[in-house]
Design a protein around this ligand. Structure first.
Ligand code: FAD
Ligand code: FES
Length: 267
């Protein structure tokens, strides 16, 4: 059951140019949260901007205080207002919302594919996989340029192998994450079964979905969409799904998602 909490800002750290890491204290949300779920944050003071903004729960911090972290990038008015919230301010926070990831079965190697700020969803998943004693994941992480690759220390500290890609070639493979994923999927000696977990911009998810379906590898996609309400009421977030005999099907990303199997949605 989601809670709506006036959550105090405990820390608010700048990570590079326009990325921030926000720590909020909201025990009822921290207690219930699962990897892949999100919260709806009121970004400013009063009703400006009017609509809350959806943000993945990046981590639930260990300890009894019930703290969560949100990793975000400034892209517009809402995230700019959020970045101005000082320590001690309160941020109305509704959550946890959505379905979250299904953990990969035992003996399966999780392949995490992140594009841009899509990386924000994965620290929580890495910790959940560890807690469930699943195989160490491989992270494939792409961004525009080296300066847009954030949170690398988190994954390094947990010995998560990383393959990086940048569009301008300033770090790792030059190009998109699919340049790393494709040869991995094509290898005949792939070893143990894999499952892909992907989060990022829709064109990236579309490309990952096609590659995964083509290779017959299970794949969960965490979708992004505009979310006016975040609680399944307004239908502002729907995504098309494969039609059945009665016609087209749409599902709400906030309520039935944000995580869908690659075969469940049409991007
Ligand atoms: C499930 C989910 C998890 C996400 N997790 C993260 C994360 O962890 N970190 C991160 O940086 N980003 C995350 N995002 C994206 C983030 O929500 C957007 O970047 C943010 O809402 C942009 O707000 P803005 O006002 O700064 O940008 P703007 O560019 O000002 O807003 C984008 C445009 O959409 C409109 N709009 C904004 N919010 C809404 C809304 N809720 N409903 C309808 N229209 C709206 C605005 O009016 C504007 O026209 C997530 C999105 C989803 C759906
Ligand atoms: S955001 Fe309103 S139904 Fe999904």
């Amino acid at each position: 059951m989601p809670s709506d909490i006036a959550a105090p800002v405990i820390r608010h750290d700048v990570l590079g140019r326009d990325h921030f890491l926000l720590t909020l204290e909201c025990p009822a949300i921290a207690r219930e949260a699962r990897a892949g779920q999100f919260v709806m944050l009121r970004a400013g003071r009063g009703f400006q901007p009017l609509l809350r903004r959806p943000m993945s729960i990046c981590r639930v911090l260990p300890g009894r205080r019930g703290r969560i972290q949100i990793l975000y990038k400034i892209v517009g008015e809402g995230t700019r207002c959020l970045s101005q919230q000082p320590v001690g301010a309160t941020v109305p926070t509704l959550g946890p919302l959505g379905n979250g990831f299904r953990l990969a079965p035992d003996g399966t190697r999780p392949i995490l594919v992140a594009g841009g700020i899509g990386i924000a969803i994965f620290p929580f998943l890495v910790e959940a996989l560890r807690a469930a004693r699943r195989a160490t994941p491989l992270l494939i992480y792409g961004a525009r340029a080296n300066r847009d690759l954030v949170a690398l220390d988190f994954f390094r500290a947990r010995d998560v192998p990383m393959r990086l890609a940048t569009e301008d070639g300033s770090r790792g493979t030059k190009g998109f994450v699919t340049r790393i994923l494709e040869p991995l999927l094509a290898r005949k000696d792939r070893g143990p079964r894999m499952e892909i977990f992907a989060c990022g911009p829709t064109p990236m998810l579309k490309a990952v979905r096609e590659r995964a379906l083509g290779a017959g590898v299970p794949c969960q996609l965490a979708l992004e969409s505009q979310m006016p309400c975040g609680i399944g009421v307004c239908l502002g977030c729907v995504v098309g799904c494969p039609p059945d005999e009665r016609g087209p099907i749409f599902r709400r990303v906030c309520a039935e998602g944000p995580v869908f199997g690659a075969e469940e949605v049409v991007l």
